[in-house]
Design a binder for this molecule. Sequence first.
Ligand code: HEM
Ligand code: HEM
Length: 184
Amino acid sequence: MTYQDTQRRYGVISLLFHWTMALLIIVQFMALGGYINEGEHWIGNNIVPWHVDIGLLLLVLVSLRIIWMLSQRQRRPEVHGQGAMQLLAKGGHFLLYACMVLMPVTGILLMVGGGHGLGFLGIELVAESKNEIPWAVALGEWHAQISWLFVALVLGHFAAALYHHFIKHDDTLIRMTAKRFDQS
Ligand code: HEM
Ligand code: HEM
């Protein structure tokens, strides 16, 4: 198994980016638990307090991932399908990237714009302030809206992966894992 992608499969670096970020993003979706009992439950008390730290880590990861993806563009596997279906898959991947960037950016705008400041693992990055920045809050308010689009995209993406694996029996899911695809 190579570090770089090949035309047949994703390499170790792409696998690490994909699955580490997928896990952290699903953890971030737990913030939707705020709608249940006003967030007063185990997830609200133990997972959601890490939301900003994990979100900032995801911003660093997505920046590195985009650089990596651009460097592997000519090498990595072609998305399966033809015409409209291929366009849908490629458009879906593009929107997933857009959400991975926009979520942390709007989150930061919400926090800084609202005067709450910003910290990472206890290190202060932006100090609290009494002054709100109205334009930053207005843009930051898209955070919740975009999160719903993101959840829908991930569900569609998950369903597409299962469809390829269990119904079409092709290598789409396997090439995003460390396993080899066996035609038999
Ligand atoms: C990929 C990264 C992120 C994802 C997937 C994500 C996801 C979410 C979700 C699903 C919610 C609940 C929305 C709702 O209640 O309708 C939320 C709320 C929130 N997030 Fe994030 N988030 C991310 C990054 C960040 C970052 C980096 C920050 C701050 C620096 C942040 C700050 C907030 C705040 C303040 C709220 C509560 C306000 C609101 O509901 O609009 N998030 N986030
Ligand atoms: C939770 C958040 C997730 C995000 C943001 C995400 C994002 C992406 C993106 C952007 C790609 C394109 C390749 C790349 O640039 O890395 C991709 C490929 C892929 N993802 Fe995900 N993914 C997520 C979760 C999942 C899950 C849960 C599964 C399946 C169980 C999955 C299965 C796949 C497969 C099979 C591919 C390869 C598609 C192909 O080669 O045509 N992903 N994912």
